[in-house]
Design a protein around this ligand. Structure first.
Ligand SMILES: Cc1cc2nc3c(=O)[nH]c(=O)nc-3n(C[C@H](O)[C@H](O)[C@H](O)COP(=O)(O)OP(=O)(O)OC[C@H]3O[C@@H](n4cnc5c(N)ncnc54)[C@H](O)[C@@H]3O)c2cc1C
Length: 383
């Protein structure tokens, strides 16, 4: 009998977790498996703030896919332009015909959202792409290491903006030269989390412009909605994400964040599933949309893969069961705040816990190969 051919689109947290879940079937010769990714490496995005601050190296946060995806699985580095659902197939840049599959797992992640603010693409660095991150780190090190190097503005008061501001300020000790612009700090999270983060950022000398909205980004700084101008030499755009445009370009049903509408089993069409940042997944307990996180992607990838296998076998698909363990936000060396199993936590032990979780995620995805020197750092001994 012909083996079913599964194609995973995207090799980030969700795609690699789906790959690992399907790997035993592949090893038993029961399926063929192909992974398609535009990038040649998996980026450990939660560790990007540390990389930008110069605390971690490229080796620490960028895991080469060639080391993670082993034969007989096939890895193709290619840009997907569209998804077809009937029959399942991917339209790939440079390929004459669509790549057909018996089943698809879509794990295409998200892209930074500029919310239509003029000047973002031309004058700010958006957080998400590896090449941009590498250039940004170089510029930040040059800017912040020099006493006359200018100011850095970070737009966005969510996890990403807060962590980048804290890590840069803690590493470079440049009081008054890092400014964070946002309508709110850590909106939607418990008050104590926001207050702890605010106090930590102020202690580190980060200037907080809260209640402020960026209306435009220029080469010399950020123009706020109330007309004020925040002068800076580098602008980092960390204001939010939207799903990969591939889904909307494929005329699939998407929500306002561009995420594919899936059912409770993560299925969007026969033998086509979506997971991670690119899927509109509701928390089964609250009915609220799940935030795009690595934690969610790591659980959804295997769930999507398992339901695809069930569909092949004519078995009943299972609704996603999510375990939300909470979240942790790092606030510089030895400081973090967050919520674990519903309890707000902060302090040095929490910072160590966050490092351990990141190490565990790296291990989950990349195995021993991904551990490298990070175990030492997980116990608090950062460079
Ligand atoms: C700076 C930062 C810090 C973060 N910190 C945390 C944190 O502390 N905790 C947490 O839980 N989450 C955090 N997140 C969010 C987390 O990183 C994402 O939710 C997670 O990466 C989503 O996983 P994913 O697999 O859906 O997408 P990704 O991990 O982004 O993977 C997407 C994959 O799709 C591929 N791809 C995309 N488009 C195409 C295309 N057209 N063709 C081919 N391949 C394509 C990419 O190459 C990549 O392999 C953070 C994010 C950022 C940016």
């Amino acid at each position: 009998m012909r083996r079913a051919h599964v194609v995973i689109a995207g090799a980030g947290y969700a795609g690699l977790a789906a790959y690992l879940a399907l790997r035993p079937r592949l090893d038993r010769g029961l399926i063929d498996l192909t992974v398609v990714s535009a990038a040649d490496a998996h980026l450990l995005l939660p560790e990007l703030p540390l990389y930008l601050a110069g605390q971690e190296s490229e080796r620490d946060i960028r895991l080469r896919l060639g080391h993670l995806i082993r034969p007989p699985a096939r890895l193709h580095q290619a840009r997907i332009l569209q998804v077809r659902t009937q029959p399942p197939a991917l339209v790939v840049q440079g390929a004459v015909d669509p790549w057909r599959a018996d089943g698809l797992v879509l794990a295409l992640g998200s892209i930074p959202d500029d919310f239509g603010v003029p000047g973002v693409r031309a004058h700010a660095t958006v957080i998400g792409r590896w090449d941009d991150a590498r250039d940004l780190r170089r510029r930040l090190l040059a800017t912040l290491a020099s006493r006359h190097g200018g100011r850095v503005a970070i737009v966005g008061g969510g996890f990403t903006g807060v962590e980048i501001a804290a890590e840069l300020a803690d590493t470079h000790r440049v009081a008054g030269r890092i400014v964070l612009i946002a309508p709110h700090l850590l909106a939607g999270l418990p008050d104590r989390v926001g207050q702890t983060a605010r106090a930590a950022l102020e202690r580190l000398g980060v200037e907080l412009l809260l209640g402020a909205r960026a209306a435009a980004v220029r080469a010399d700084g950020v123009v706020l909605a109330d007309g004020r101008h925040v002068s800076c030499t580098t602008t980092i755009w960390a204001a939010g994400v939207r799903a990969s445009p591939v889904l909307a370009d494929s005329h699939l049903a998407v929500n306002r964040r561009g995420q594919a509408e899936v059912d409770a089993t993560l299925r969007l069409a026969p033998c086509v599933y979506a997971c991670g940042d690119c899927a509109a997944v509701k928390d089964p307990r609250t009915g609220q949309p799940l935030a795009p996180t690595a934690q969610a992607a790591l659980q959804q990838g295997p769930a999507a893969a398992a339901n695809l296998l069930r569909e092949f076998e004519g078995a009943q698909r299972q609704p996603l069961r999510m375990r939300n363990l909470g979240f942790l936000i790092s606030l510089g060396r030895g400081q973090a705040v967050g919520s674990v199993l519903g309890h707000t936590v902060d302090g040095g032990d929490v910072a160590t816990l966050k490092r351990l979780i990141e190490t565990y995620h790296a291990f989950q995805i990349g195995g021993l190969h991904a551990l490298g020197s990070r175990l030492l750092r997980s116990t608090g001994a950062r460079r």
